[in-house]
Design a protein around this ligand. Structure first.
Ligand SMILES: [Zn+2]
Length: 311
């Protein structure tokens, strides 16, 4: 019998009611978990804490992202996540907008990822990572884009300014440098489509199970993920299943899309997991508000199947 931890990214919000989900509501509410521990509510730190990492390095985001995408970085490189946002008529940050394939070359390297995401690598600048001030996109909603320029890193400021347009901007954030953290405590498999979680798997020495239909959004192949999870549970004592679509729907400020996806997860994934003999845990890394599009740092409910013994 294995332990399966199903992390539903951004599941909760003010209007989240467990009773709306048939299978989830049949589970037992074990407790509420402080996944942020005083830090900003974002998936990397919250998921690492759920997996038992005691001290999450402050400047890890961009590096974990590079690992997840298989982008090679050197130990002295400075790495940023870049998120493209549309601006409203007053020049305020609105919703994510597709990332361009390339931008004019500056001092660093620009990597187009998917959707609104990009990565920027500045060689040999890792030593200034602790001084830099940036504004993560989950805290940028409604803010004047001109106030969101990175501070104390001239190379990053130049990129921000060069990309600031009337209708869109490039938010540089998640400044980081390569770091090591203690591996996960047991043999573990990871089922996910989201690169940041692939990065977590590599950081913690967990085995990534290849999938063909995982997109990291609401169009992901939930059936494939569910089957891959149950298959992995035959060979691994611990399986992390990460499902990202609800967080993305909430970032798009689409409450109906978020709820519909959660219902699908409940029917396709949780229903099947609960019919297995494994210990099933369901939790969210943080909340995501589908009205504001922002993450919420509240304590997260941890659900456990009723048939197995409590931890
Ligand atoms: Zn998010």
């Amino acid at each position: 019998m294995s332990k399966i931890l199903c992390v539903i990214d951004g599941m909760t919000d003010q209007s989240f009611r467990v009773n709306n989900y048939l299978n989830l509501s049949s589970m037992r509410l074990l407790r509420h978990i402080d996944t942020t521990q005083g830090q900003t509510p974002e998936s990397l730190g919250c998921i690492l804490r759920l997996l038992g990492t005691k001290k999450v390095p402050l400047h890890l985001r961009g590096y974990a992202e590079a690992l997840g995408y298989g982008i090679h970085v050197n130990k002295n490189d400075l790495i940023f996540r870049g998120s493209w946002f549309s601006l409203d008529e007053q020049g305020r940050c609105n919703i994510p907008t597709p990332a361009p394939e390339s931008i004019a070359e500056g001092e660093g390297y620009y990597y187009h990822l998917e959707q609104y995401k990009s990565l920027l690598v500045f060689p040999n600048m890792a030593n200034c990572v602790a001084d830099i001030v940036t504004y993560p996109p989950y805290a940028c909603n409604g803010k004047d884009a001109r106030t969101l320029c990175p501070k104390r890193c001239i190379a990053a400021s130049r990129v921000f300014q060069s990309q600031l347009a009337e209708n869109r901007c490039l938010i540089l954030w998640g400044q980081s440098a390569p770091a090591k953290i203690a591996p996960f405590s047991q043999r573990a498999a990871v089922i996910c489509g989201t690169p940041i979680v692939k990065g977590i798997a590599k950081l913690l020495n967990m085995d990534l199970i290849p999938l063909s239909g995982a997109t990291g959004d609401i169009d992901t192949d939930l059936l494939e993920k569910m089957q891959a999870t149950l298959n992995a549970a035959k060979n691994y004592p611990f399986v992390l299943l990460h499902i990202n679509g609800a967080d993305e729907a909430a970032h798009r400020k689409n409450p109906n899309e978020k709820t519909a996806f959660l219902r699908k997860v409940d029917m396709v994934v949780i229903n099947s997991l609960l019919q297995s003999e494994h210990d099933i845990y369901v939790v969210s890394d943080h909340g995501t508000d589908p009205i504001t599009g922002q993450h919420i740092g509240s304590r997260q409910p941890l659900f456990k199947n009723v048939s197995a013994k409590p931890i």
